[in-house]
Design a protein around this ligand. Structure first.
Ligand SMILES: *Cc1c(COP(=O)(O)O)cnc(C)c1O
Length: 382
């Protein structure tokens, strides 16, 4: 099996488990993204900070001149500290607190992605109290993925995210009348780890018909934010280390109708940072069960929760050994049956002390680490 290249000598002096970030791969990923963006100057990217807010990673992305997509006041602060300009920060979230909205207003962020009329009215009041106008886009729930037809509304009303189709036009009219609000555009985000481009085609079709309807009613559309969601290849991190930014943006170029000069924003998170991160652990014990062989490692769901939380697949490699491969269930020490990284995964024969790399862990890994079982938060090596 072809394995990733890791600086094992440097690993020996670091306490496991820790995150290792390959910054050279992050740079190549950002190069690929920027090359895919270059032909369309109206296309702008805001990195979704929630995927990874490690300050080294954040400032490396900020240095490229990308914007930041934040989902909390804490993320807005982290983005500002990392060097993102306030005028390049957008702020989404279904439950923004007053404190968070005030922080955004005072920093002068580019956009509040508003998800309800109630939120709009609170933001209007907070802006007026400060003699400001809040720049607002509405997050629309386009009901993509769950259904295939426009106008199926059963799922919309119950969904926590976004404003549903029926309420959108009235809420835009309200926004145009509120003195503390500046209406700027529409926002969409249909999900994550999407590899089937037809989901994005469906989104484009939905957005095209929506913008047509707004125009026919004499309402402004403003700019469009098509969200994030581009997936990566978790199975083959060594062969396919960079997400298909070209295919993704090309889908929008082909299917999304825009007016000349109309800006289109994107908010990729996972596709930028997932490939460059690995969780590095050591084998503690190899245990022969009745029907299984377990490699018990010191890394766990407290450093990387995705397998336990979403049954997510991450490739696992024994990077200390090139020996013959054996099937293992790779498990952590936490007192939960779900603390399992891989089942029946072929690894080079494991011995106590071997380094185990859990690949493609740069997104929703370190960012979701917890201290459950009194574990320490993992450190990072670059
Ligand atoms: C999580 C999120 C993103 C990023 O999604 P990825 O799948 O990591 O690209 C973008 N926009 C919004 C509003 C989000 O909540």
């Amino acid at each position: 099996m072809i394995k990733g290249q890791f600086p094992l000598e440097r690993f020996k002096s670091v306490r496991t488990p820790f995150y290792y970030y390959d910054l050279e791969l992050l740079d190549r990923t950002l190069d690929a993204l920027q090359a895919a963006l270059a032909p369309t100057p109206e296309y702008r990217v805001h990195y979704a900070v929630k995927a990874n807010f490690n300050p080294v990673i954040l400032s490396r992305i900020a240095a490229r001149g990308l914007g930041a997509d934040c989902v909390s006041g804490g993320e807005v602060k982290a983005a500002l500290q990392a060097g993102f300009k306030a005028s390049d920060i957008v702020f989404a979230g279904v439950g923004k607190s007053d404190e968070e909205m005030i922080l955004g207003l005072e920093a002068g962020i580019a956009r509040f992605n508003v998800e309800s009329e109630a939120e709009l009215r609170v933001l209007n009041d907070l802006a007026l109290e400060r003699g400001k106008r809040a720049p607002v886009s509405f997050r629309v729930n386009p009901d993509i993925g769950a259904h295939t037809h426009a106008g199926i509304t059963t799922g919309l009303a119950e969904n926590k995210f976004g404003i549903n189709y029926e309420q959108l036009i009235p809420v835009i009219r309200t926004a145009l009348e509120l003195p503390g609000i500046e209406y700027k555009g529409l926002h969409f985000h249909i999900g994550s780890q999407i590899l089937d481009m037809s989901d994005f085609v469906a989104l484009c079709n939905r957005v095209n018909s929506l913008t047509e309807e707004l125009r026919s009613q004499g309402l402004p559309v403003g700019d469009l934010n098509m969200g994030g969601g581009l997936g990566i290849n978790y199975r083959h991190p060594n062969h396919l280390p960079i997400a298909d930014f070209e295919g993704w943006l090309g889908t929008f170029r082909r299917f999304l109708h825009t007016e000349p000069g109309q800006l289109v924003h994107f908010e990729p998170g996972r596709s930028i940072v997932a490939p460059c991160g690995s969780l590095i652990s050591r084998v503690l014990y190899v245990k022969e069960g009745t029907v299984k062989r377990f490699a018990i490692i010191d890394g766990s769901m407290t450093e990387l929760v995705r397998p336990a939380m979403y049954h997510a697949y991450h490739r696992v490699e024994n990077i200390s050994s090139d020996g013959p491969e054996i099937l293992y269930d790779v498990v952590g020490p936490v007192c939960e049956s779900s603390d399992v990284f891989a089942r029946e995964e072929a690894l080079s024969e494991c011995r106590r002390g071997d380094f185990i790399a859990i690949r493609s862990a740069g997104a929703y890994g370190e960012a979701m680490a917890s201290q459950y079982n009194c574990h320490r938060l993992p450190e990072a090596l670059y």
